[in-house]
Design a protein around this ligand. Structure first.
Ligand code: ATP
Length: 345
């Protein structure tokens, strides 16, 4: 059963449709990342789900229950949505224990003090902070505070946990390990997760599916590999990863370009097209007689990016393992290999 079901959801602020006819279904236990550029409507969509905003049109179901429709909206506390914000939003004057116990809410007040303490300790254990319940937020690192915020969000056993850029306040050095840790905790808890991010790497590495947003619309919701290899349009192709677009045509299921040909994905349609060639499909071999020249080079440790200017002045990116590094200014022959590739007619 779907935990979260958005149908044609729209929210306007004056002339701006911050969320525009967005539809999305998130299965129970699924981890979905909401990815898109600044201002595309990610936060507004999350606020509609949490109940901080009411939609102008469309419907929203959580755990099978309709929680919002045009002109109707259940208040946040009746939605079973847990929220984690980038600034943690912990109560500074309450201990870690008290912060988490706050998340247990009214419904649980009937529990005995002992039961509540046991539940708080179990949550602290879940987020990897056993025994730190008596501390105050200022006595914890940013990463630890974020884990307390997660424990508080999980306390009332929400149907879905929404995280809004939860790692942006965390030291970049720590962020990668921190997010892997938090993702593991969420998966361990079997929670349905909606993560808002503008960081494509974060979305692609953590989520089961990525919902890509642009101008208030969800343009594609798909597994990370699918989003990368089969984007719905050139904008999506360029937003997720690096994209080379080569002019070409489709013949016999192959995408034919001036640099070579590759098998085409969904080749139907034939004729002239723009071919999406990801940089890792562009191989370079030094060749004095070739007219393509390496004009820029970025070393990334495990791989290396070369920007190559072709004889006609157009430029393409090549991304290869770093043992295939080519000197700046070198003339190179280009070979395309790999695929299949997406084509846009
Ligand atoms: P960011 O990644 O920068 O946080 P976002 O994708 O979360 O951006 P939103 O904050 O949802 O985007 O904003 C979407 C659009 O709606 C923007 O054009 C924004 O200016 C507008 N908007 C959001 N909230 C309001 C509001 N309360 N009043 C007026 N306009 C708003």
């Amino acid at each position: 059963m779907a935990t979260l079901h958005l149908q044609h959801l729209t929210k306007r602020f004056g002339a701006v449709a911050a969320v525009d006819d967005a539809s999305l279904t998130v299965a129970s236990g699924e981890f979905v990342a909401l990815l898109g550029p600044s201002g595309c409507g990610k936060t507004t969509l999350l606020r509609l789900i949490a109940g901080f905003e009411a939609p102008d049109a469309g419907t929203l179901h959580i755990g099978g229950q309709e929680v919002a429709a045009a002109g109707r909206a259940l208040p946040p506390e009746r939605r079973r949505v847990g929220m984690v914000f980038q600034d943690y939003a912990l109560f500074p004057h309450l201990t870690v224990q008290e912060n988490i116990a706050f998340g247990l809410g009214e419904r649980r007040r009937r529990r005995s003090r002992h039961e509540r303490a046991a539940r708080v300790e179990a949550l602290l254990e879940l987020v990897g902070l056993p025994g730190l319940g008596a501390r105050y937020p200022h006595e914890l690192s940013g990463g630890q505070q974020q884990r307390v915020a997660l424990a508080r969000a999980l306390a009332p056993e929400p149907a879905v946990v929404c995280l809004d850029e939860p790692w942006s306040a965390i030291d970049p050095m720590l962020r990668a390990s921190m997010r892997a840790e938090l993702a593991e905790i969420l998966r361990g808890a079997g929670t349905t997760v909606l993560l808002v991010t503008h960081d494509q790497e974060e979305a692609l590495t953590l989520a089961d599916r990525v919902a890509l947003m642009r101008d208030g619309r969800i343009v594609q919701a798909a597994a990370p590999e699918r989003l990368y290899h089969e984007p719905v349009d050139p904008w999506s192709a360029a937003f997720v990863g690096t994209a080379n677009f080569l002019e070409g045509h489709v013949a016999d299921g192959r995408a034919v370009t001036a640099l070579g040909e590759l098998a085409a994905r969904s080749p139907n349609g034939g004729g002239a097209c723009s071919v999406l060639v990801r940089p890792e499909l562009v191989h370079l071999a030094p060749d004095e007689t070739a007219d393509a020249v390496v004009v820029r080079r970025e070393f990334h440790g495990h791989d290396v990016l070369h920007r190559v200017r072709l004889g006609d002045g157009t430029e393409v990116w090549s991304q290869r393992p770093s043992d295939e590094v080519v000197p700046l200014g070198a003339h190179v022959r280009i070979r395309l290999d790999g695929g299949p590739v997406a084509v846009f007619h």
